[in-house]
Design a protein around this ligand. Structure first.
Ligand code: ADP
Ligand code: ZN
Ligand code: ZN
Length: 756
């Protein structure tokens, strides 16, 4: 007997299937998906691999080495997952090992003690960034950080075992201020393990019934008819009954003996949500989220593999669950950017879901109140079927949204962060004992230039995204006339204007107030009313996140001030006022998706208030009041927004009409990084010219990355455009595989969501 094996840690150059002989004692046990140790290379070093195929004969004339060891009694990767790994390899230009890493959980030892020493990242965003920059180069360090990025926190014992590192390595990471160690009671009961009351399905409304019927037909349709559209987009505002549709469709799939994966954004994986799913499926579900320790994650994963559960609920990485016979994959809030992984391989869960749905002939159900432009476009193309839930369940109507023109406030002498209308509404709400939420955008450091008189935003002429000013990074201390603006797409640099190019006003400049400023302003003007602030600073470590939300829900504060994380998934019946403080700020993010994000965020925030009896007020403050995203979000007009946005995307060849790739190179000295980036660009240009059919590919000039110096490392990057991601990946692959990057670290992001 022989078998084919792929290695878990090979470079692309060595990443292929290798033939090994199966020793007699392993012939019964070894199967496709088995994890094994094999001798590799001339030194016969033992490396880990996964069996991808079994075969009787072997045609090679060379000596075939035998498998050294079987690492787990039973196969741990499904045949379909191996197929998926091969698909990911081509789609993301990664290795089998990179893909398999997404599918195998960390191995673990049991945890018994009463209290355990745990570790977590000091700042997950920064750690991810430093990882992406190749700044962390010791393999042990990388493993620990990747593990913690995925699991949030984990016991030291498990980290050491899973990552094969010593305590000394962890101490080094503590010294480097990358991780911190704390003591925790060993958690045996999770909020989501608490009691649940089993609940019958609701009688579906006529719209829900239509949607369920369509999914049911797709579930039972002839498995041979590959042409049938199995993708659906369930489009309905918050409270329109989407989750009820997911649950009833999941039940249908389970009744047919098929598996179900339900993905929700991490932030929506609240105990309430899990309880709601349990109320239908009892304990026969596996929940995968970032608060699980590796041991718990491993246990859940084993239950799935042993086919003890048919329903898996989880955040992004749950899309890789080893579930067989998948019949239905649901992605709730499909437009969320948390479905995009920011560590290598930078997959998008929606793309993986499409691959797996195709592999299993399964139905894909995307749900959203504000669908991504890409997904909505597919329904117009006939590649996905639109199912709409037009109204809210029950009588609760939509709150009224009002746009406040902050230019008028300025004219009237109000220089504060809150408009007069907002201040008044807050006071009215507090008097009645109601609460409010105030939303501000997160990105503070990369500002843009806005005219406070006319609302004009300075944009790049060739890319039509706003130019970014990096005042407090590279140009601190320089007079304003020397501030430079950078386009994050083409790298074009321009001087910041001192008067508005549109109206000539001199009230033009960098714009933005952070969450902290808003909190201070609130305390100054509204004391003794209390505020809770929620942003990256106050919620690091993830454990505090739920605590802050709970104390707000318990009425311990009158207002919740925060970034986008407050707009989602939570139900606060006592909130009657929501305010979006700087709708413009969201538009200023130099990214072709900024309008889409702003639209979704404003719509969601609006949907937050008035869920209870009292009705609601939504106040949207902006300078640029004519912007279509702001205007149409206030009117809750998604179709109107879609029509505007799709025109812009088509004109600029942005997705869904084209695809982008970003290759970022970094190193401690700038010159070699820049030169390598230029050589890479020439290599790509040669390839484009030497092969026909690549006319759609466009290679932009190498440019400094928007954040071009991070922690003493210089970053340059190359943006490449193509007609779609398949074309782009096929174009890049041969060059990326052969190019000699030398000592320069590089990262490839196909279809990026973060332009910084
Ligand atoms: P969404 O997921 O779109 O926000 P949900 O499914 O959570 O909407 O529904 C909103 C509320 O309406 C929930 O409290 C849910 O229990 C209730 N609900 C949903 N469908 C029905 C129905 N057919 N009949 C009665 N109540 C329903
Ligand atoms: Zn102006
Ligand atoms: Zn540009």
């Amino acid at each position: 007997m022989y078998c084919q094996v792929v290695l878990r840690s090979a470079t692309r150059a060595f990443d292929r299937e290798y033939t090994y002989a199966v020793p007699g004692i392993l012939q019964e046990k070894l199967a496709v998906g088995s994890r094994v140790l094999v001798p590799f290379g001339s030194g016969n070093r033992l490396v880990e691999g996964v069996v991808t195929a079994m075969q009787r004969d072997n045609r090679s004339e060379f000596y075939i080495k035998p498998i050294a060891e079987l690492l787990a009694e039973r196969p741990e990767v499904l045949p379909e997952q191996l197929q998926l790994a091969a698909q990911m390899r081509n789609r993301y230009i990664c290795t089998y090992g990179d893909a398999l890493k997404c599918m195998l959980p960390p191995t673990v030892t049991a945890v018994g003690a009463k209290t355990i020493r745990m570790a977590e990242l000091v700042d997950p965003d920064e750690a991810a960034q430093r990882l992406a920059d190749g700044e962390i180069d010791r393999i042990g360090h990388i493993r620990v950080i990747e593990l913690l990025l995925e699991s949030g926190s984990a016991p030291l014992q498990e980290i050491m075992h899973a990552c094969q590192v010593s305590r000394a390595v962890l101490n080094t990471l503590v010294k480097k201020q990358l991780i911190q160690i704390f003591t925790q009671e060993s958690r045996r009961s999770f909020p989501e393990e608490l009691e649940y009351v089993s609940q019958e399905s609701f009688l579906p409304s006529p719209d829900q019934a239509d949607a369920i019927r369509a999914i049911s037909e797709a579930l039972t349709s002839d498995r041979q008819s590959v042409t049938q559209v199995k993708e659906h987009l369930l489009f309905g505002i918050t409270g329109s009954g989407k989750t009820e549709v997911y649950l009833q469709c999941a039940q249908l799939a389970v009744d047919l003996g098929r598996g179900v994966i339900i993905l929700v954004p991490e932030i929506a994986l609240t105990p309430q949500m899990i309880r709601r799913i349990r109320s239908r499926f009892g304990t026969d579900i596996a929940v995968l989220h970032s608060r699980l320790t590796p041991a718990e994650r491993y246990e859940q994963w084993q239950r799935i593999l042993r086919q003890e559960v048919q329903v898996v609920v989880g955040a992004r990485s749950a899309i890789f669950a080893p579930l067989s016979h998948i019949g239905l994959i649901v992605i709730d809030e499909e437009q969320e950017s948390t479905y995009k992984s920011e560590t290598h391989p930078r997959y998008h869960a929606r793309d993986i879901a499409r691959m797996r749905a195709r592999n299993h002939q399964a139905v894909l159900l995307l749900g959203s109140a504000t669908p991504s432009i890409e997904s909505y476009y597919r329904t117009e193309q006939g590649r996905s079927r639109l199912l709409a839930l037009p109204g809210r369940i029950g009588s609760a109507g939509l709150p009224k949204a009002e746009i406040i023109d902050m230019r008028q406030e300025l004219l009237a002498g109000n220089r504060g962060i809150f408009s007069r209308k907002l201040s008044q509404s807050l006071r009215d709400a507090f008097r009645k004992g109601h609460q409010a939420i105030l939303l501000i955008n997160r990105r503070g450091y990369a500002g843009f230039i806005l005219c406070r008189t006319c609302g004009h935003v300075v944009k790049c002429r060739s890319c039509s995204v706003s130019m970014t000013s990096h005042v407090n990074r590279d140009h601190a201390g320089l007079p304003r006339s020397q501030h430079l603006l950078v386009c994050h797409y083409c790298g074009k640099i321009a001087r910041a204007p001192s008067t508005c190019p549109a109206c000539g006003s001199d009230k033009i400049g960098r714009f933005g107030a952070g969450t902290q400023q808003v909190e201070e302003y609130f305390n100054l003007n509204f004391a003794p009313h209390k505020a809770i602030r929620m942003d990256q600073d106050t919620t690091s470590g993830r454990r505090s996140h739920q605590r802050l939300l709970d104390s707000f829900a318990n009425g311990e504060a009158d207002v919740l001030i925060g970034t986008q994380m407050i707009a989602k998934g939570h139900d606060f019946p006592n909130v009657t006022v929501s305010g979006v403080l700087s709708a413009d700020l969201m538009l200023g993010v130099s990214d072709f998706r900024s309008s889409e994000r702003a639209f979704a965020l404003i719509t969601q925030t609006a949907g937050r208030s008035g869920r209870g009896e009292a009705g609601g007020t939504v106040i949207i403050q902006a300078y640029n009041v004519d912007d279509y995203a702001v205007r149409l979000a206030a009117a809750q007009d998604y179709p109107g927004f879609y029509r505007q946005e799709i025109t812009y995307r088509r004109a600029m060849k942005y997705p869904p009409f084209g695809s982008l790739a970003i290759i970022t190179l970094s190193g401690v000295q700038e010159k070699p990084v820049r030169e390598k980036c230029e050589t890479l660009a020439s290599a790509l240009r040669v390839r484009r010219q030497s092969e026909p059919g690549l006319d759609s590919v466009e290679i932009l000039t190498p440019a400094r990355a928007p954040l071009y110096r991070i922690k003493d490392r210089y970053r340059w990057r190359l943006v490449i455009k193509g007609s779609d991601s398949t074309v782009l990946a096929a174009f890049l692959m041969p060059v990326m595989d052969r190019f000699d990057f030398g000592k320069i670290a590089y990262a490839l992001d196909l279809d990026p969501y973060q332009m910084l």
